[in-house]
Design a binder for this molecule. Structure first.
Ligand SMILES: O=C(O)CCC(=O)C(=O)O
Length: 222
């Protein structure tokens, strides 16, 4: 896993979640309003899930003993809440307070949420995991990634097409219970799902390090 993640920037977990772990995850999706594609959930709650406990040893092996979820999102792609996302890097983290620290910015504040783009080294030290509750075939809005793009630092908008051309693209298909691991800065995107198909995913960003200069992950302040 470590070598695959370092080299290509993505890897499927060697195991698969069992039915009980999937059922507990499915319960989380009960809180999602029918027309809403995604929902942020409390990342500290995720650490208690059987699904998280199953992958915790791998995360600790990758990032160290302080590996913990710092952001968690439920995605439910389906009729009525379907979307496509073009190629992009996830560039922001959610923090507890605004403290001006060199290398951090720009800042955005929406309702109670404060996000900042950190130096790329912060993102490069993170792993993103996606836990799948439904089979994901080519027509079901799978994630596409550009292998190796996680090693290229911040990729300017204007350079994205050329990077994808150079790196190529890989499709992350899944069976129910599969888990994909990504280097957080990897270029990725996804297409709409075909009509009548559902694609539920719990996505978590995992970090082990504290932020510098007194900044705190929002998750650590919950
Ligand atoms: O799940 C998806 O379809 C895309 C998610 C994504 O690109 C993101 O969270 O940045």
């Amino acid at each position: 896993m470590r070598a695959r993640l370092a080299d290509r920037g993505y890897a499927r977990w060697d195991g698969r979640l069992d039915a009980a772990a999937c059922d507990a995850l499915a319960d989380l999706f009960g809180h999602l309003p029918p027309d809403q594609p995604g929902l942020r959930i409390d990342p500290t709650r995720c650490a208690a899930l059987a699904a998280y406990r199953a992958i915790a040893p791998t995360l600790i092996d990758l990032l160290g003993p302080r590996a913990r979820p710092v952001r968690a999102l439920l995605f439910d792609k389906r009729d009525g809440a379907n979307w496509a996302l073009g190629w992009h890097q996830d560039r922001t983290v959610k923090v507890a307070e605004w403290i001006d620290v060199p290398g951090f910015g720009p800042w955005t504040r929406k309702q109670d949420r404060l996000h900042v783009a950190p130096p790329i080294a912060v993102l490069a030290a993170m792993v993103t995991v996606r836990l799948h509750l439904d089979p994901v075939g080519p027509d079901n809005g799978p994630l596409h990634v550009a292998p190796g793009s996680h090693r290229l630092g911040v990729i300017a908008e204007a350079a994205i097409d050329a990077v994808v051309e150079r790196c190529g693209s890989a499709v992350c298909l899944a069976e129910a219970g599969d888990i994909w691991f990504y280097a957080t800065p990897i270029l990725h995107g996804s297409a709409r799902a075909a009509s009548g198909r559902r694609r539920r995913v719990l996505q978590m960003d995992i970090a082990a390090a504290d932020l510098p200069g007194g900044l705190r992950w929002a998750a650590d302040a919950l």
